[in-house]
Design a protein around this ligand. Sequence first.
Ligand code: HEM
Length: 509
Amino acid sequence: MAVSVYLVFFAVFLAIIFIVHRSSRCRRLRLPPGSLGLPFVGETLQLISAYKTENPEPFIDDRVNRFGSLFTTHIFGEPTVFSVDPETNRFILQNEGKLFECSYPGSISNLLGKHSLLLMKGNLHKKMHSLTMSFANSSIIRDHLLVDIDRLIRLNLDSWSDRVLLMEEAKKITFELTMKQLMSFDPCEWTENLRKEYVLVIEGFFSVPLPIFSPTYRRAIKARTKVAEALSLVVKQRRIESESGEKKKDMLGALLASDDHGGFSDEEIVDFLVALLVAGYETTSTSMTLAVKFLTETPLALAQIKEEHEQIRAKKGEGEALEWSDYKSMTFTLCVVNETLRIANIIGGIFRRTMTDINVKGYTIPKGWKVFASFRGVHLDHEYFKDARTFNPWRWQNDSGATCPANVFTPFGGGQRLCPGYELARVELSVFLHHLVTRFSIQANWKLIFACKLVFPTVGIRLKKISWFSFQLRGHRSDIPSMCSVEIVSKPCKVLEQKRKYCRRTVIL
Ligand code: HEM
């Protein structure tokens, strides 16, 4: 007994010494104000519990109120400086590779593969980033990708049964689109089996990354091996075809044709493909789902977007594919997409590590520290967006009179790591909304409880939170409180008319 009391006192004594030493060091360094919390755990528990509340940015809001838009904290085992300041965020993004670098823990690298674009640095990163950009730029989308985006989304919507999990369908759509863009595969049994393994890999990003304790992480590592094996068979086959002169105009074709460093190895190509599959998957599908959610909560916006798409449809024949000019005429849809990305982008910001001591806004961030540039914190700041926490797509209209300073709206990041899929994601979202609103009428009398994710890419943690939006719960779905249920009534169309005039569908977000 006496020994244990002694141990407790000793531990408390050590903790006090630790805190005193740490805070005097912070004062010496002129760190941004803030609190490093408890020894070792820091403020990680506050962060986790904050996101279980009904506020969109509870952890950040609280600290911005107390310390300002640049503050120090300690999360996930490391001291970290949070920036909710657009100027500092821009500084972080623009100094990639010079003052800041991305850093992911080994557990994430194991799942991504060591040759992933997300992990690359220096000249190789520059080269591969521009290769990816050139593959997903506007003219490639216009001339090659749009036709498949339109066709595959239509196909997916055709397959909807009476009850649809919207988020799941959105994920399926984005996976199918990426498989087509990367390797020219249309959806088939093989792609569906690959998707099942791939979903297990994605789960691994959001699990405790310790194989001994986490079956999810163990399963993810196994699934990653299976995905890599399946993709390397494809790469081998395509290499043979490419050598015999048969070339396809997709990402894999571009990688096989590259003669840099004597060409890429199969392993490098597979890692690269996996990274692209990962990067566009949750991001685009969540945005699709949230756009539908916001529209159903904002009947005026829903009516306006419907009108825009009905007008496009009216000029086209039944089932005629969308063209680039149609996409370009979706001006209000672009406002909806921007507003969705502003208010609820699942990439709330980006982590970086300082490569040297950094002086910013009169403070010093020591070498080796983590920084988090919060995009969502800025997007939800009333200083930059009037009534910032309200979904208002009209704010993006040219004649709205609202001005948004440059670098304040950064859903796709910026600088050397600007998302190469920024245009592709917008096109995919717009085409999805086009087919959804012209083929279904969404009833607004639904209610839901929404489960949403907070992604910390560098630590691979996903927290579930109950969203801050207010919902009603449809009676028959109260058994699944973590999902949202939307009743959708499909409009009479030729195919469906043959079966029955109206087909009721429940879509679960
Ligand atoms: C709504 C959809 C999307 C959002 C919000 C989004 C957002 C972002 C953001 C913020 C970054 C910067 C990460 C950083 O700086 O560390 C990023 C990077 C990236 N995104 Fe996206 N993205 C989306 C869709 C896509 C799609 C469809 C693709 C497929 C081509 C894609 C591919 C990538 C890649 C490869 C990177 C890494 C770039 C690099 O590290 O050089 N993204 N994305």
